[in-house]
Write a new protein. Structure first.
Length: 205
């Protein structure tokens, strides 16, 4: 008999520490994180502090999912293009400076400015920040199950979705879930490229 699908549930604040660990280990070799934290020993030490504010943000203001065995997690935010700007960005910057140190935080700010300059502003949408899976559980369908669960909730509210794929391999996964490549590619200075992708509201199969 085929194996049962991976069980996915909504995350709660008690999952926060596990979620930070999942993302820190799952993204250890991810090209953009390696660009932000180029020294491997610093990356291992500081990655939980890098992901912490994003985990808290998704748990408080967005949607967060975990696999039942806590092997994977996904973070989503709702982007309202008509909402007035808030001071949340300043708080995020301060947390990253405190958690990473000013030099590494500065590298993230370069990435953040690149993201902000290309982020779609024509329509409100669900923004997929991260999907991460522990290294020992990667390539076993956990990430696909997390993505499917998040998109089911997105489709239930008839919203489009957006993601910056951090590799061509990840872009292929998103394409299988009906994300479409956008015209631009985001290139970090002397670093990797990222691939913006848009998924229309309730896309047809």
């Amino acid at each position: 008999m085929p194996s049962a699908p991976h069980a996915i549930r909504r995350a709660h604040p008690g999952d926060a520490d596990a979620m930070k660990h999942i993302l820190a280990t799952g993204f250890r070799e991810d090209p953009p994180l390696a660009w932000i934290l180029p020294e491997p020993s610093d990356r291992e030490r500081l990655s939980p502090a890098f992901f912490a504010p994003f985990v808290d943000m998704a748990l408080t203001d967005g949607q967060a999912y975990v696999s039942a065995d806590l092997s994977g997690t996904a973070l989503w935010l709702d982007v309202d293009v008509e909402a007035q700007a808030t001071e949340d960005g300043d708080a995020l910057r301060q947390r990253l400076i405190e958690g990473l140190g000013p030099e590494y935080a500065k590298r993230f700010f370069v990435l953040d400015e690149l993201f902000s300059g290309s982020h779609p502003a024509h329509e409100s949408h669900a923004y997929l920040l991260f999907i991460g899976v522990r290294p020992d559980r990667q390539c076993q369908g956990v990430g696909t199950a997390l993505l499917a669960a998040g998109l089911e909730a997105v489709d239930a509210t008839s919203r489009p979705a957006y993601v910056e794929a951090s590799s061509t391999r990840n872009a292929a996964l998103y394409a299988r879930h009906r994300f479409e490549s956008m015209d631009s590619t985001l290139a970090l200075p002397d670093g990797p490229s990222l691939y913006p992708m848009w998924r229309p509201a309730n896309p047809t199969i």
